[in-house]
Structures are given as structure tokens and as C-alpha cells.
Design a protein around this ligand. Structure first.
Ligand code: NAD
Length: 264
């Protein structure tokens, strides 16, 4: 427990269950004294999210489907009503049809391309604009990305294209909102076993590969992503914006399979 986030109020979007990256970040923020609100996608998730929120002393749960601009408007209207201003937002949301997270990228359909870009990219921009209206004294925005934006990873396909666009939008948003003291960053997390990740083909193999070949010779945890998020969301990160921070056990610097790594 620390006081890095005491007095700060923030919204966490994308909590599905206790494996969610959003949960690792929420716990780190709550431990550091932040006051939190959660948004969740649809009634089916509510009963899973409610006890988690309660366990860190929050009862503010607001339904929001980021595919709907009206739903986003309602979310931020509810936050304005509750707090009038906020200090940070965490966007831990992504979606693509899992049938297209295997096979060839070139076979991606027009419909799923658009849906993937809308949910995984545009929603962050849509959130940023609305959040900025509630940040008169500045604030911090954070989203989650993956190395598949930078290099070709097996099965990541259209999600890689979406993450590249998301990372670029982080930089444009950083410029647009920087004048108002609002920072915007992303964490590029190594593979973590979550609901969303289980939709990616051969995900266990990808995790094993990262474990054997990253400089730290292991995978990262939700808690480690939470600690990095704390840096970006708190005053510790006051000089950092437009940044894509890798929390991946160093995997992104590796150019070739290590000599001591066994074949898998
Ligand atoms: P998760 O399944 O726990 O979270 C994904 C969340 O997105 C869910 O809460 C889901 O409800 C939400 N979501 C999807 N469509 C939505 C919509 N229309 N409206 C509102 N919410 C919607 O999985 P996660 O791995 O914690 O994913 C969080 C973020 O982290 C995603 O952006 C993902 O791409 C990214 N990420 C994950 C990994 C990994 O290996 N797990 C690595 C790097 C980046």
C-alpha cells in the first residue's frame, strides 16, 4: 500500500473477470489510494464484476458498450454527475471475431475489419474526448496494446493492424490534449492468459515462446502491468506522454531466438 493515487478518481474500462488486465491495474490503483469507478459491457458481466469492485470498496459500476456513442455519452454523464471531474481513465478493451484470429490476415472480412477498428481503436479516441471534458486540471489516459502492432505475430492478424492504429492514436491524442495537461500513454503488455487472449490461435504456444525467449526468461503478470500503470497514471509519470511502454519481460528487444532456449 502507498499513497501515490490518494485523492485521485478514475474510471477503469474493460473489467471482465479477475484475470483481466483491467483488474491488475484496478488493484494497483486501489492499493495506492485511488477512488475507482468501473464500466462493464452488458448485464451478463455485471455479476462477475460486482464482487470484484466490492472487494476494493467500490460500488460504482456503469454499463457501457463502446460500440455505441450514446452509451459512451451516458457513461460520462453518469461520472460527471457523481464526481464532476476525474483524474484518469484506463481503457483495457479490445475485440475481434475469433474466427479471424487464426489463419491468414489477408482473408479478413470487411465487416470484422471495421468492427475490430471501431471497438479496439476508435473507442479509445471517443473515450479520450469525453474524458478530457471532465479533466479541467489535467489528467492521465491509458490504453493497452501488444507487440503484434510492431512485428508480425502468429494469428494476431487484424488485431495487429488495429493495435498499430491504436498506438498511433495515443500519439495524436497526446499532442491534442497535452496543452490541457492531459497525458496519454499505452502499455504494450506481454502475453497474459485472459478471456480475450484465449480467442487467439495457439496462445499457449505464444506464451511459451515468450517465456523461453524474453530477456527475463518468463512471462509478465497482471500485477506487473498494474505497477507500470501506476507510474503512468500517477504523478510519477508527470513528464511522460505519447509513450508506448513495454511491460513484456523485454521480449520486444530480442531479434533472434536465444542460444540457450530449448526448441518447443
Ligand atoms: P479481457 O477479456 O479480460 O478484457 C477485454 C475487455 O474488453 C472485456 O472486459 C470486454 O468486456 C471488453 N469489451 C470488448 N468489447 C467491448 C465493447 N463493445 N464495449 C465495452 N467493452 C468491451 O482481456 P484482457 O487481455 O485483459 O484485455 C484488455 C486489453 O489488453 C485489450 O485491449 C487487449 O488487447 C490488451 N492486451 C492483452 C494482452 C494479453 O495477452 N492478454 C497483451 C497485450 C494487450
Amino acid at each position: 500500500t502507498n499513497t501515490l493515487m490518494s485523492g485521485k478518481r478514475g474510471l477503469i474500462m474493460g473489467l471482465a473477470n479477475d484475470k483481466s488486465i483491467a483488474w491488475g491495474i484496478a488493484k494497483a490503483c486501489a492499493d495506492a489510494g485511488a477512488e475507482l469507478a468501473f464500466s462493464y459491457q452488458g448485464e451478463a458481466l455485471k455479476k462477475r464484476v460486482e464482487p470484484l469492485a466490492a472487494s476494493i470498496g467500490t460500488d460504482t459500476l456503469i454499463e457501457c458498450d463502446v460500440a455505441s456513442q450514446e452509451s459512451l455519452d451516458a457513461l460520462f454523464a453518469a461520472l460527471k454527475e457523481k464526481w464532476s471531474t476525474i483524474d484518469f481513465v484506463v481503457h483495457a478493451i479490445g475485440f475481434s471475431d475469433k474466427n479471424e484470429l487464426r489463419g491468414r490476415y489477408v482473408d479478413t472480412s470487411s465487416d470484422n475489419f471495421k468492427t475490430t477498428m471501431d471497438i479496439s481503436v476508435f473507442s479509445f479516441t471517443a473515450v479520450a474526448r469525453r474524458a478530457a471534458d471532465l479533466m479541467p486540471e489535467g489528467g492521465s489516459l491509458l490504453t493497452l496494446t501488444y507487440y503484434g502492432a510492431e512485428q508480425v505475430m502468429p494469428h494476431y492478424n487484424v488485431m495487429g493492424i488495429a493495435k498499430a492504429a491504436l498506438e498511433c492514436s495515443v500519439k495524436y491524442i497526446a499532442e491534442d490534449l497535452g496543452k490541457d495537461g492531459i497525458r496519454c500513454n499505452a502499455i504494450s503488455a506481454g502475453p497474459i492468459k485472459t478471456l480475450a487472449a484465449s480467442g487467439i490461435g495457439d496462445f499457449r504456444y505464444i506464451m511459451k515462446w515468450n517465456e523461453l525467449n524474453s530477456p527475463l526468461r518468463r512471462n509478465v503478470t497482471q500485477e506487473e502491468v498494474g505497477k507500470a500503470a501506476l507510474y503512468l497514471l500517477s504523478d510519477l509519470g508527470s513528464g511522460t506522454t505519447g509513450e508506448i511502454l513495454h511491460v513484456d519481460a523485454g521480449y520486444h528487444v530480442v531479434g533472434m531466438k536465444a542460444v540457450d532456449a530449448p526448441d518447443i
